[in-house]
Write a protein of this length. Structure first.
Length: 317
């Protein structure tokens, strides 16, 4: 049974952490092969499930050490029909892997039942296309129809919420918010931006957030930014009404552009201490933001440094 579906605890304040760059960490730091960059494929074997469990245990332990909640992202970013051909997966297989992924993180939540703060089960849904280089525009109506399938599968599980992660287009975000609202699932929308602080479509981040809110009656619980370095977007965060709709950041460790990251054969892990200081500056400028984690190139070291820095900043206040 879903615990927090009717009231997400992170919307009421308090520090919440997420994990980091799951795929890049496992591939580059641990030598784990992930077929088609789809982490849910690791659930197919006992060895893969063990690797995933060990990865998540580190973040669950970190969250409790900092008396923080944890937004527990499922490995379902590519577990929808846009990727079925590349993955060689049928509709029935995708439906089952979504259920299996939520059961997997629910079991880990139970393992960490002694954590003092909430563990929110969050099903991650990726865009219909490459988040680094989207192939085409998708209308809100088409996005709603497409994402309704995966959201329907997830609504039957214990999941508390869904997140549209690394979305590149406001129209697709509008569609997935409508689909989640229709299914009765809370949803967060996390946009990615290029080095100029704009979505890959060229739309300013503030305009995209305002457009989604206007089209859905503020149907998203909140917004985030992920898969971009803080230097790529901090100058785009103007003090306007839409800014207060942002509740979280999951930044890349690297300053590289998406195009550069796409071509990279080695991992750019950046500087965890420097990244944590940049998070501290964001938290100071936007004190209502309370969900912090990492994305490409980051790992437990980065999120540990971020948590230390953000907590230190809160204590100083």
């Amino acid at each position: 049974m879903a615990i927090y579906r009717t009231q997400l605890p992170q919307t009421e304040g308090g520090l919440f952490l997420t994990d980091a760059g799951l795929e890049t960490d496992l591939i580059f730091n641990h030598g784990i092969e992930i077929r088609e960059f789809a982490a849910h494929t690791l659930l197919e074997s006992p060895e893969g499930r063990f690797v995933l469990a060990q990865y998540f245990r580190g973040f669950l332990t970190l969250a409790d050490r900092h008396n923080a909640g944890f937004v527990f992202d499922s490995p379902t970013w590519k577990a929808h029909s846009h990727w079925s051909e590349a993955l060689g997966a049928s509709e029935a297989e995708l439906a089952e892997v979504n259920r299996a992924a939520i059961n997997f993180i629910a079991d880990l939540r139970d393992e960490f039942a002694a954590n003092r703060r909430p563990i929110v089960l969050n099903a991650v849904i990726g865009p219909c296309g490459d988040a680094y280089a989207p192939e085409k525009m998708i209308s809100a109506d088409a996005a709603a129809r497409h994402h309704a399938q995966q959201i329907g599968w997830l609504a039957e599980t214990e999941v508390d919420m869904v997140s549209a992660l690394t979305f590149t287009q406001s129209s697709e975000a509008i569609g997935i918010v409508r689909a989640a609202n229709d299914a009765g699932l809370p949803i967060a929308v996390s946009f990615t931006v290029e080095t100029d602080g704009r979505l890959p479509t060229g739309q300013p981040i503030g305009e995209a957030i305002a457009e989604v809110d206007a089209a859905t009656g503020q149907g998203a619980e909140y917004f985030m930014i992920n898969c971009a370095h803080p230097e790529h977007f901090r100058n785009a965060l103007h003090d306007e009404q839409w800014l207060r709709r942002i509740r979280g950041f999951r930044c890349n460790a690297s300053r590289c552009s998406h195009a550069e990251l796409d071509e990279a054969e080695t991992l750019d892990a950046g500087d965890p201490a420097e990244l944590s200081q940049q998070y501290r500056e964001l938290a100071t400028a936007m004190p209502w933001v309370n969900v912090f984690g990492g994305c490409c190139g980051s790992d437990l070291r980065h999120v540990t440094a971020i948590a230390d820095s953000v907590i230190s900043n809160s204590a100083a206040d």
